[in-house]
Design a protein around this ligand. Sequence first.
Ligand SMILES: [Zn+2]
Ligand SMILES: [Zn+2]
Length: 444
Amino acid sequence: MASLNINLPPSITIPNSFSLSSLSHFHGRQLSLSSTLSSSLPILPHSKTIFIHGTNNFKTTQFSRNCSLIPPTSIPSQSPFVQHDDNLFIVVNFYHFVFIKDPQFEVSRHLFVLQELDIHGRIYINEQGVNAQFSGPSRDALAYVKWLRDDQRFTDILVQISPSSIGHAFPRLKLRYKPSLVQFDLGVQDLPLLDPLMRAVPLSPAEWRTRLKSINNNHDTANANDKNCILLDVRNGYEWDIGHFEGVQRPEVDCFKSTSFGLSDEVTDLDPLVNIDKEKTHILMYCTGGIRCDVYSTILRQKGFKNLYTLKGGVSNYLQKEGPDKWIGNLFVFDSRLSLPPSTFKPGAATTSRSQEALANNKFAKCYICGSQVHELRHRNCANLDCNLLYLCCRDCVGELRGCCCRDCKTAPRLRPVLFQHERYKKWHLYRDSEVREEISTLN
Ligand SMILES: [Zn+2]
Ligand SMILES: [Zn+2]
């Protein structure tokens, strides 16, 4: 068992419910699912009526499923999170671009398997492939992965796994056909995503680290970019704020779908790809898990950019393989855990002294409202439903502005309650209805 000496960046908050002790369950043993799994699963009839999410169709479909859920003898080889307790929760991420002839049928096939498993999350399928993020007890989450990998179209997918000490990291399961696997304003349906030659060249985490080192050596400045090589963070500004690779410019982007680097000729300081030599400049891009880079690099390729490289599997894969070297801070994730320290991905890995130095140099996360760098910083959505801005905030400012991002929002008509705990807002009607109930009880 590796010891867990973890130096936390001073201005980063670990979610309240995050417990380091939970990591002790993750160690270097080969995971194998309980041999009782197949016998504990009810044997379903081979013909079943299934509701297909996102459509109004009920389909009766013939499947043979039972043979696919035989407990795997070896499970996602890429992950070090191998555990002996099938009941511990994990979060699994994968995506894969592959032609799917009948996506609605594919959705129903997945649903057939998933309805017997305790899995929450977002699983989107269309003609271009699958994009999935979900949580569940490892027994169930990995049984689904195993089932998918038995399909030759998905045998080689890179599956990323991290522990979840909060149980499910998603409120429910959303499995459906989605026209775009990734939200992007310009649309991605017509992009040639299935052609790997259109996407950026994937660099392994080790290759990426080597490239970063050579960039740092050549420039020896805080800003790694020059005319020959651009390091591009293809995420949102608020993700960069709590963690990023050394020397990378903050992307002035609030939402990936509106990213427009390199797409306009308008000269602006905010676009690192403006006025660069599209033939010669090397662009090294990264995101959390890789899919945003695959999509965005295809767009850039169509715009004439020639030398595109990406970090294979994104930051989560890097932290797992290489640890936090060259990385500063935590990793923002799009589930209830919100942000994860690098040690989540590689237990025992400590923040490097260089990262500590960068943190001390005031280049790091601050409360968006008061600018302080206290320990209790946390991402939250503005309590004003009609704003909903995701912002980083200290506990004092949360109290002062009652969970809102600014004074204007504080007096908005549709205010939700303040969330002091590590949680996310529920649907508006739940708050609205509870308000109505309160009014009624007051009248009585
Ligand atoms: Zn503050
Ligand atoms: Zn607001």
